[in-house]
Design a protein around this ligand. Structure first.
Ligand code: ZN
Length: 430
C-alpha cells in the first residue's frame, strides 16, 4: 500500500511537472520556433493553435504550409481525425529538416492524444500516440432550487457547459423542462471521466435520471457499441427505446466525418469550393442505408459523383448518396427508413472510399445534413439489446457502490475514511 502510494505520488509529481511544462509552452506566442537535436539532424518545429473562427487550413497556413502541403496533410489525417470536432486551442506542429522540407506533423486536441504523420519514402505514415490515463466514475446529484434550471444546477456542480448541455439534451426527450420542472425535482447523473493527473480529458455520460411531481420519473442508460463511432452508441430507456423517436436514420452504421459541409479545399483539385454535403468514412463495401422512407428518383452514374442515388421523401426533402461501389435500388423504387440501398465505394472524383451524403430541404436548397436529427434505430433489438441490459447492470452496480460509499463516509473517522475512499475508488475505476 505504502509503496503504491509512493509510486502514485511520484507519478503525480511527474504529471504536475509535465503540466507546468505544457503551460509554459502554451504561454509562448504562436507560431513558435524551436530547435531540436534529433539523430544528428537539426529539425525546426513550428507550432500553432486553432483560434476562434479558424479552420485547419488557416492554422496550417500560419505555420508555413502552402495550400498543397496543407491539403496533403488534411487528406492523410481525414480517416483518423474527426475534423467536425475541431475546436479553439487544438494544436498543430510541423517538423522541418534543414532544407525546409516538412518531415513530420503532429495534431492534438487534448493533453494526451497525438495524431502523428511521418514522411516515409515520399508518403505520409500515420501513427497515434497516447499518454496513460485512467477512467474514473463520478456521481453528480441534487435537487433543483427555486428559479434554477437543471442546466444551472449542473454548472453549479462544476460540470462543463458541454457536459451539462449533453445531459439536458438527453433528458429533454423525456422531460418538458419549460412546462414541468419544479423546485425540489431530483436529478442524478453517472459520469465516466478520463483523467490525466487532475485534468479531465473526456467525459462520458453513462446514466441520467430526473424525477419530479410534474415531470414524472425518468432514467436513461448509455448503450456503448463495440464499434468505434457507432451510430448506435447513444442513450436509451431501460427497455432499449431511443430517446429521440423520430429523426432521419444514419446512412451508415458508424459516423466519422472526414470532411464537413461548407467552404473547404477540394481534396482532389485543391480549389476552394462549397461542399454540398458531408464526407463520411466508410470502408469499401460497407452498407449504405436510406435515411428516411421515400421514392428513389435517381440511381445512376456520373464522372464526379460516381454511382449515385437520390431519394425523395414524403416532405419533399431529398437525400443524396455519392461514390457508391454499387447501387441496390432502381429509379422508381419505394424504400423504407433504414433500407439497404448500396455499398460504400470510390467511384467518381475521389481520393479514396467514402460516402458523400447530401441533403436538400423541401424547398430544394442544400442544407448541412448534420443539422438534421439522426437516430440509429427507434428501439434496440437482438444482440444490441442484450448488450444494453448487461451495461445497465454495470451502471446499477456502480450506482449502488457509490451509495455504499456515501453511507460508509458518514460513519468512519477521518483516518479510516481515506483508506475506504481509496478502496472504493479502486472498485469504481473502469
Ligand atoms: Zn463530398
Amino acid at each position: 500500500m505504502l509503496m503504491k502510494k509512493i509510486i502514485h505520488l511520484s507519478l503525480l509529481l511527474i504529471l504536475i511537472l509535465s503540466c507546468v511544462e505544457q503551460e509554459q509552452v502554451s504561454a509562448t506566442p504562436t507560431p513558435i520556433m524551436q530547435q531540436y537535436q534529433l539523430v544528428a539532424e537539426v529539425v525546426t518545429t513550428k507550432s500553432g493553435k486553432v483560434k476562434r473562427g479558424e479552420g485547419l487550413f488557416q492554422v496550417l497556413g500560419r505555420i508555413g504550409l502552402n495550400d498543397q502541403r496543407a491539403l496533403d496533410i488534411i487528406n492523410a489525417l481525414s480517416d483518423e481525425v474527426e475534423f467536425s470536432t475541431l475546436k479553439v486551442g487544438d494544436e498543430v506542429t510541423a517538423f522541418y529538416n534543414p532544407e525546409g522540407m516538412i518531415k513530420a506533423f503532429h495534431f492534438s486536441q487534448n493533453l494526451v492524444d497525438t495524431h502523428q504523420l511521418k514522411k516515409e519514402n515520399g508518403s505520409w505514415v500515420y501513427s497515434f500516440d497516447q499518454k496513460e490515463t485512467v477512467w474514473e466514475s463520478r456521481i453528480i446529484e441534487g435537487e433543483l432550487k427555486n428559479n434554477s434550471t437543471l442546466q444551472d444546477a449542473l454548472l453549479d456542480q462544476g460540470l462543463s457547459t458541454s457536459v451539462s448541455n449533453d445531459i439536458v439534451s438527453i433528458l429533454l426527450c423525456k422531460v418538458n423542462f419549460r412546462m414541468n420542472a419544479r423546485a425540489g425535482d431530483r436529478y442524478k447523473v453517472l459520469l465516466k471521466e478520463r483523467k490525466f493527473g487532475k485534468h479531465i480529458i473526456d467525459t462520458t455520460v453513462l446514466y441520467t435520471s430526473y424525477g419530479g411531481r410534474r415531470a414524472g420519473e425518468h432514467e436513461t442508460f448509455l448503450y456503448e457499441d463495440t464499434e468505434k463511432s457507432s451510430t448506435y452508441t447513444a442513450h436509451y430507456t431501460e427497455e432499449g427505446e431511443a430517446l429521440i423517436r423520430s429523426g432521419l436514420r444514419f446512412p451508415l452504421s458508424s459516423m466519422h466525418v472526414r470532411s464537413n459541409y461548407g467552404w473547404r479545399r477540394h481534396p482532389v483539385t485543391g480549389k476552394r469550393a462549397f461542399h454540398r454535403g458531408i464526407d463520411l468514412r466508410g470502408r469499401e463495401g460497407r452498407s449504405v442505408f436510406a435515411v428516411a422512407a421515400g421514392e428513389v428518383i435517381k440511381s445512376g452514374f456520373n464522372k464526379y459523383a460516381g454511382n449515385q442515388i437520390a431519394i425523395k421523401h414524403r416532405d419533399k426533402s431529398t437525400s443524396y448518396y455519392f461514390h457508391l461501389k454499387n447501387r441496390a435500388v432502381k429509379k422508381g423504387t419505394w424504400v423504407k427508413a433504414g433500407d439497404f440501398i448500396g455499398r460504400v465505394g470510390s467511384t467518381g472524383r475521389v481520393t479514396g472510399a467514402h460516402l458523400h451524403f447530401g441533403f436538400k430541404n423541401s424547398k430544394g436548397r442544400w442544407i448541412n445534413p448534420l443539422n438534421k436529427r439522426m437516430i440509429a434505430t427507434p428501439k434496440l433489438s437482438g444482440d444490441r439489446l442484450d448488450q444494453l441490459q448487461l451495461q445497465i447492470t454495470e451502471v446499477k452496480s456502480l450506482l449502488a457502490q457509490a451509495e455504499t460509499r456515501k453511507v460508509k463516509n458518514e460513519f468512519v473517522a477521518m483516518g479510516e475514511k481515506e483508506i475506504i475512499d481509496e478502496v472504493v475508488n479502486e472498485e469504481l475505476r473502469l
